[in-house]
Design a binder for this molecule. Structure first.
Ligand SMILES: Cc1cc2nc3c(=O)[nH]c(=O)nc-3n(C[C@H](O)[C@H](O)[C@H](O)COP(=O)(O)OP(=O)(O)OC[C@H]3O[C@@H](n4cnc5c(N)ncnc54)[C@H](O)[C@@H]3O)c2cc1C
Length: 238
């Protein structure tokens, strides 16, 4: 019931992602056909270096051809509400219509988790919401409507803390953008934890693209957030 439950699994990465990005990049500068470049025996370290240079140069469009699909669980609906604001991605989220929430789990923010009194209040409210949800759902069901319809209306009392599961697919260009925004210390703690974990997994799979990725300050060399919001890791823009 806390952020410790965050679980992120890579379901799939584009097959031969480095070869694909390399072929797409080379297509821009070569008389050759990408169909041949993709199949040509090119030294792996040459490909790596080429792709690293392209990424550093900001020539991002070839990165759109390779994508990652993640399964995410142990996160709140507050998190997924922010996540789905990233429009250049695909999502499949556990439904509160088709899956009843008669024993819903929830995420507890660290500031509440670490304070005995606040935690007590939080847990007690979650319990009350659960009871209310169950009562409403049963009463709506008793009026003769389907389980799906009852879930659909009873869920209106569920909290943003309610846990959810989501599958998300982003291409590498969008991932770099997502990390620039969400690995920043200004991002909300839960989505930052998710972004940090996704970045770790991306680095493992495709270091040529992701080794230098992260919050926008990493690429810029300064913090654009201003005096009020900066974490102080990088100097402010002059
Ligand atoms: C610290 C922080 C605080 C935030 N606070 C708030 C808040 O208070 N309220 C709020 O509503 N949101 C807030 N957001 C969400 C934010 O405004 C964006 O909706 C979210 O981060 C998704 O970013 P994006 O639009 O760049 O991403 P994506 O949707 O993934 O888009 C990627 C990029 O594609 C381009 N693009 C996509 N769609 C369009 C389009 N229709 N037109 C032109 N260009 C497009 C843009 O260049 C965009 O940056 C916050 C985000 C952060 C990181």
């Amino acid at each position: 019931m806390s952020q410790a439950k965050l679980n992120v699994v890579v379901l799939e990465v584009t097959r031969n992602a480095l070869d694909l990005i390399y072929a797409a990049c080379r297509q821009c500068y070569s008389e050759e056909f990408a169909g041949s470049i993709m199949r040509a025996a090119v030294d792996g370290s040459k490909k790596s270096l080429f792709v690293r240079k392209i990424v550093a140069s900001g020539h991002d469009s070839p990165l759109e051809h390779a994508k990652f699909t993640f399964a995410v669980e142990g996160v709140s609906r507050a998190l997924t509400h922010q996540l789905v604001r990233h429009r250049l991605a695909s999502y499949s989220q556990q439904s509160q219509r088709y899956v009843k929430e008669d024993s819903f789990d929830y995420v507890v923010p660290p500031a509440i988790e670490n304070d005995r009194v606040l935690k007590q209040e939080f847990v007690s409210v979650m319990g009350a919401i659960q009871q209310s949800y169950n009562r409403l759902r049963e009463a709506i069901r008793a009026s003769g409507v389907s389980a799906e319809k009852a879930n659909e209306d009873a869920r209106f009392v569920l909290p943003q803390a309610a846990e959810t599961k989501v599958v998300v697919t982003m291409n590498c260009r969008e991932l770099l953008h997502f990390f620039r925004l969400r690995c920043c210390s200004r991002a909300q703690w839960e989505i930052k934890a998710l972004a940090d974990r996704m970045l770790e997994l991306c680095r493992r799979e495709l270091p040529e693209v992701f080794s230098a990725a992260g919050a926008k300050c990493r690429g810029l060399g300064y913090c654009p957030e201003g005096e009020k919001f900066t974490c102080g890791k990088y100097p402010l823009r002059k």
